[in-house]
Design a binder for this molecule. Structure first.
Ligand code: AMP
Ligand code: ZN
Length: 108
């Protein structure tokens, strides 16, 4: 089982900031920004390249969770960036689809 599946199931340590039946969000272990959260489907999907038509709603849910987390983290006003690496060549290291939510930079 992949590391993100284990975090979703509570079998590996992770600082979970949100979880429901479909989506889990936890802090990146090696943050690249003051706020760096990974948002993942609970279901194991290797990458965007492996998404099926029936996953369309799930992909939308990931973005809804991002929006709510941005509010929760207080980074709506300062702005945030989403990154999704797809494939080894793009730097995808963990083969479980995930969105990076990056933000929290100072406004000045
Ligand atoms: P990517 O390069 O898009 O596959 O990103 C994988 C991300 O997962 C990296 O930013 C890692 O720091 C992060 N990561 C790897 N293992 C863990 C873990 N056990 N808990 C939290 N974040 C992790
Ligand atoms: Zn997985």
């Amino acid at each position: 089982m992949c590391v993100f599946c284990r975090i979703v199931k509570g079998e590996a340590s992770g600082e979970i900031v949100y979880q429901d039946e479909e989506v889990t969000a936890f802090r990146d272990i090696n943050p690249k920004a003051p706020t760096h959260i990974l948002v993942v489907p609970n279901k194991h999907i290797r990458s965007l390249a492996y998404v099926e038509p029936e996953d369309t709603f799930l992909l939308g849910r990931l973005l809804q969770v991002v929006k709510d987390l941005a509010h929760q983290e207080g980074i709506e006003r300062s702005g945030y960036r989403l990154v999704m690496n797809c494939g080894y060549g793009a730097g995808q290291v963990v083969n479980h689809l995930h969105l990076h939510l990056l933000g929290g930079w100072r406004l000045d």
